[in-house]
Ligand binder design. Structure first.
Ligand code: SF4
Ligand SMILES: [Mg+2]
Length: 290
C-alpha cells in the first residue's frame, strides 16, 4: 500500500472541516489507484487559503497556485497531459470571489478537471471576512454589524455556465461524501463539489448543518430543470433550513481537451512547438523589450 500522507505536521485548527476532506480524498485516491489509475497521473492544484495546505499533506504531484488562480493552472496541466486526473482544491473566497471568472469559463469549456470547494463561507485565512456564500448578517472583524450583501448560489451559476457534474457534500457524512467526491473525479468533463467545510474558528456551523443537512435521491441527474430545482432548495442565506447534499446534475458532453486533441498534435510535435516558442522568446528578448 502506497503511503499517501506526508509526515508534515497538520496546521489546521482541531475540528476543522479540512481534515474530513483530506481523509476522504486519501481514501478515494487509494481506491482509484487500486482500480488502475497510476498515482503519477493525479495532479492536485490548490489556491490560497487554509485549504491550500492540503497539497503539503499528500505525496501527490501538486502545484501550489496563487489566490483565485488554481483553475487556469489546472486547465494548462490538463491540456499538456490529457491523460492526467487534475483536481483543484480551492476556497470559497478563492473561487467564488477572486477566481470566479476562471470558474465560469472552465465550466463553459467543460474541461475535464474536478474542483473541490472548501466552502467554509468565510475568508478564514484572513481571519473571518464574509465571502459570496456567507450567511446573511455574517459578522467578523471587518463588519461587526453584520455583512450587508446577500449571498449568492454558486451552483446555480455553474449550472447555467455549463458544468457537467455538480454536487454538494458534507464530510461528516463520510460515506456519502466519499461517493460524491469519487463520482466527481471519475466524471469526464468539468465537475464541481461544493463542500460544507466547517471553520470552527470563524464560522462554526456544525450544529446547523447536523440539524439541516439531508441526502437527496439520485434521480433524473441529466435533467437541468430538475437540477435547478434541487440546487434552489437552499440559497446559502440562512443555515437553519433544509440543506440538500448529493449529486444534483450529471450529463455527458464532449469535453474541451477532446476537441483540442482534434488538432492532432502528438506529444513530440507539441513539445517541439513549445520549445520553439520558448527559444524564440529567450533569443529574441531584444525584440520583446523594444
Ligand atoms: S481558521 Fe477555520 S478554516 Fe482555517 S484551519 Fe482553522 S478551522 Fe480550519
Ligand atoms: Mg473560505
Amino acid at each position: 500500500m502506497i503511503k499517501l500522507k506526508t509526515d508534515k505536521s497538520i496546521e489546521w485548527c482541531p475540528g476543522c472541516g479540512n481534515f474530513g476532506i483530506l481523509d476522504t480524498f486519501e481514501v478515494v485516491l487509494e481506491e482509484l489507484i487500486a482500480e488502475g489509475t497510476p498515482l503519477e497521473k493525479f495532479i492536485i492544484v490548490s489556491g490560497v487559503g487554509n485549504h491550500a495546505k492540503i497539497v503539503d499533506y499528500l505525496h501527490v504531484n501538486s502545484f501550489y497556485s496563487i489566490h483565485g488562480r488554481a483553475l487556469p493552472v489546472a486547465e494548462a496541466i490538463k491540456l499538456a497531459d490529457p491523460e492526467s486526473k487534475v483536481i483543484c482544491f480551492v476556497g470559497d473566497g478563492d473561487s467564488f470571489a477572486e477566481g470566479l471568472d476562471h470558474l465560469i469559463f472552465a465550466a463553459k469549456r467543460n474541461i475535464d478537471i474536478t474542483v473541490v470547494v472548501h466552502d467554509n463561507r468565510t475568508y478564514a485565512l484572513a481571519t473571518g471576512q464574509f465571502t459570496p456564500t456567507s450567511q446573511e448578517e455574517f459578522t467578523g472583524g471587518t463588519m461587526p454589524e453584520g455583512a450587508k450583501e446577500e449571498s449568492f448560489n454558486p451552483l446555480e451559476l455553474l449550472l447555467v455556465s455549463g458544468a457537467t457534474f455538480i454536487g454538494r457534500g458534507y464530510p461528516i457524512k463520510k460515506d456519502h461524501f466519499k461517493k460524491i467526491l469519487k463520482e466527481a473525479i471519475v466524471h469526464k468533463g468539468f465537475s464541481i463539489v461544493d463542500v460544507l467545510q466547517v471553520c470552527v474558528t470563524f464560522n462554526n456551523l456544525y450544529t446547523a448543518y447536523s440539524k439541516n443537512v439531508y441526502e437527496i435521491v439520485d434521480e433524473n441527474l441529466d435533467n437541468s430543470d430538475e437540477a435547478l430545482k434541487k440546487i434552489r432548495i437552499w440559497n446559502y442565506k440562512d443555515s437553519d433550513e433544509p440543506i440538500p447534499i448529493g449529486s444534483f446534475y450529471k450529463t455527458n458532453k464532449t469535453d474541451f481537451e477532446e476537441k483540442y486533441q482534434r488538432l492532432n498534435l502528438d506529444m513530440k510535435t507539441r513539445n517541439q512547438k513549445i520549445d520553439n516558442i520558448l527559444n524564440h522568446r529567450i533569443t529574441d528578448t531584444k525584440e520583446y523589450n523594444e
